[in-house]
Design a protein around this ligand. Structure first.
Ligand SMILES: [Zn+2]
Length: 127
């Protein structure tokens, strides 16, 4: 997906895409709530839901810097380095991964800029 296609996605869709395409997690739906998405991480079950806000397992790299940095660490492990800057421009936050200049993304939310850059970056990893 190019950046214009990514920027129109809902938060739910962005979070699920990052979980699957960057973190490499499998996802499944909850049996009890149609909004819940459960992520099967390596040694943990995490989730996202715009209604339930699952307290112990809530994973949202768009709002929680700890989760955003897990995304950065995941790509770093594959040898893909990260750069981040803030400018007196609108939008102010710019993130990029060194795999391609086309992963450079700016956004008003720094965590969102990083998630978009990560989604762009994985599209350049040779399969
Ligand atoms: Zn739910």
């Amino acid at each position: 997906m190019n950046i214009d296609e990514l920027k129109v996605l809902s938060d739910d869709a962005i979070i699920e895409k990052v979980a699957v395409e960057v973190m490499g997690w499998r996802t499944r739906k909850s049996k009890t709530c149609k909004w819940c998405i459960i992520f099967q991480a390596e040694d943990d079950e995490l989730g996202y839901c715009k209604l339930c806000r699952l307290p112990s397992c809530y994973w949202n790299p768009l709002t929680d810097w700890n989760h955003t940095m897990e995304v950065v660490a995941r790509l770093k492990k594959k040898g893909i380095d990260f750069a981040f800057a803030s400018y007196e421009l609108e939008p102010p936050y710019t993130a990029t991964f060194n795999i391609s200049r086309d992963s450079l993304v700016s956004d008003a939310n720094p965590r969102r800029a990083i998630c978009f850059a990560a989604l762009r970056a994985v599209s350049f990893i040779p399969v």
